[in-house]
Write a protein of this length. Structure first.
Length: 162
């Protein structure tokens, strides 16, 4: 665990949280260009606010919460634009299995997608996720269970034999 230091440079903060912020943004937006925009907005907001945090966990929770809020704001703005006028950008992985997993992940609701992303890709525990998303640890565990069930159903026949 990183120790809390109020005098860290922008590069240190971005380096520490880049995969978390981009992962959440990409999980929500699907589009890498939109994820890039959200990524930039999160760190601009962080440094404009010049916030002081009582601990590293508090900073991490603020960054995650801000990322989620900016994702929701971008999603609302995008819904107001007619879909035929939006550019269609493809995002693909090298392996077909990765593309199937990515597609299935984006077919489930965001509230489940976000806990899967934070738990499996960022390695956060239920307590950390709960703090960042302002829900109970039991709520995180329930969302993880439901997310796994939804993913299993989406991938049935592809990756699961059930």
């Amino acid at each position: 665990m990183q120790t809390f230091c109020a005098d860290e440079s922008i590069d240190e903060i971005i380096s520490r949280y880049k995969s978390t912020v981009y992962g959440i943004a990409l999980a929500r937006s699907i589009d890498p260009v939109d994820a890039d925009d959200i990524f930039q907005e999160v760190f601009i907001a962080y440094f404009k606010r010049n916030r002081r945090f009582s601990s590293e966990e508090h900073r991490k929770a603020w960054i995650i919460r801000t990322t989620v809020n900016l994702c929701l704001k971008a999603h609302r703005a995008r819904r107001e634009i007619p879909s035929e006028s939006l550019p269609q950008r493809a995002f693909t992985f090298a392996l077909p299995e990765e593309n199937e997993l990515w597609s299935a992940l984006h077919e489930i609701p965001f509230k489940y997608r976000i806990v899967l992303t934070l738990y499996y890709f960022d390695g956060l525990g239920c307590e950390e996720i709960a703090h960042a998303l302002r829900i109970t640890p039991g709520g995180v565990r329930m969302r993880l269970t439901r997310a796994r069930e939804l993913m299993r159903e989406k991938l049935k026949g592809d990756m699961f034999d059930e």
